[in-house]
Design a binder for this molecule. Structure first.
Ligand SMILES: NC(=O)c1ccc[n+]([C@@H]2O[C@H](COP(=O)([O-])OP(=O)(O)OC[C@H]3O[C@@H](n4cnc5c(N)ncnc54)[C@H](O)[C@@H]3O)[C@@H](O)[C@H]2O)c1
Length: 327
């Protein structure tokens, strides 16, 4: 299929690699810094047409799909413009940074013939899938997710959009810990409310968003899950997820699963491209997206699925220690 990419920064390399592996044709690249597109053309031996204006690219190019790999505040606008042109979309997370944006995307989804998929690739990790299947016929009573990472001033200074409410939409929760929260709700079920706090402990003069977040998500009156996330560490530790049901306790970190004291490694040999913490899910997700597209099948992480974690994060942000009900 003919594919275009908007935003040729860090994560785009992974998309380009995965598209090449999947046998798709990258016909156009767009970045407000066009030299990034030239470099990508060289690095990956592409012959893609280069654009600085994504609207011109959408108007001029006859493409089957577009990948949106831009800063968070641009996702909704770009998704809506592509949907209005009936171009299939794979958008990087988060789908949106406000409820208003979600509402606007929903209208565009309903009026479009295009498919919208979102890169919440950890759902494709073997260990995550194992947990999802294992607990599918069991009632999880409690769960937790813990993300302890290093994101210092150098990281935040590497992109003008990072660390700012207006352009990133938040800090550790909406960027780094989005996948952790998505895993918890995907495996455990969508919560009804949250009590949470956010704080900036270690990056006060660097970012205007939280470097640390803690939330207790109520699934029902008896059951909950807890998420704790910080960018203030001096090392990015592997994320840990834990799930408990009446008879089972499972902990997951990377490809490793400890289930009721027994240790398992769950991986299918897909190699990691880019940062180890991004996992192997992107390649599998991108292959699945094109596979579904070619067969005219529904892609599982669609507008409604991707909206769930955005709603949870926005509720967590508005909590300030109070119980917020999730709409
Ligand atoms: N799924 C994951 O695990 C994962 C991992 C890393 C990043 N991401 C997501 O990918 C997205 C991009 O992150 P990144 O780290 O690659 O950021 P980045 O800053 O390295 O890249 C963003 C690129 O977008 C370009 N850009 C900005 N405005 C544009 C516009 N109007 N038109 C075209 N291009 C424009 C920038 O010049 C830059 O090259 C974010 O949403 C981020 O959360 C996801």
């Amino acid at each position: 299929m003919k594919v275009a990419i908007i935003g040729v920064g860090e994560i785009s390399k992974l998309h380009i690699n995965a598209l090449i592996q999947a046998g798709e044709q990258i016909v156009a690249l767009c970045d407000i810094i066009p030299s990034k597109c030239e470099l990508a053309n060289k690095e990956f031996s592409l012959n893609a047409k280069i654009y600085a204006d994504y609207k011109k690219m959408l108007a001029d190019e006859d493409i089957d799909a577009v990948h949106i790999c831009t800063p968070h505040y641009l996702h909704a606008e770009m998704v809506i413009n592509a949907l209005n042109k009936n171009v299939n979309i794979l958008c990087e997370k988060p789908l949106a940074i406000s409820l208003t944006e979600l509402d606007e995307i929903e209208v565009a989804v309903k009026n479009s013939t295009a498919i919208l998929g979102v890169c919440q690739q950890n759902r494709y990790n073997d260990a995550s899938r194992f947990a999802k299947t294992y607990f599918s016929d069991k009632k999880i009573t409690s769960a937790y997710g813990s993300l302890i990472w290093k994101r210092d001033a150098d990281y935040y200074n590497s992109g003008i959009w990072r660390g700012k409410k207006a352009t990133e939409g938040g800090g550790v929760m909406i960027n780094q810990a989005l996948h952790t929260l998505d895993m918890l709700q995907w495996i455990t079920g969508m919560p009804i409310s949250v009590v949470a706090t956010t704080n900036n402990h270690a990056l006060k003069n660097v970012i205007d968003v939280e470097d640390t977040a803690f939330g207790i998500f109520k699934i029902d009156d008896e059951r909950n899950f807890v998420v704790t996330a910080t960018n203030s560490a001096k090392y990015s530790f592997p994320i840990v997820l834990g799930f408990a049901s009446e008879n089972d306790v499972m902990q997951i970190t990377m490809d490793n699963v400890i289930l009721n004291g027994n240790f398992y490694v769950k991986k299918d040999g897909t190699s990691v491209i880019g940062k180890e913490v991004w996992g192997t899910g992107h390649v599998k997700l991108i292959k699945d997206f094109y596979n579904k597209l070619s067969k005219g099948e529904k892609f599982p992480i669609d507008f409604y699925e991707a909206s769930k974690v955005v709603k949870l994060i926005l509720a967590l942000y508005s909590s300030n220690g109070n119980e917020i009900f999730i709409k």
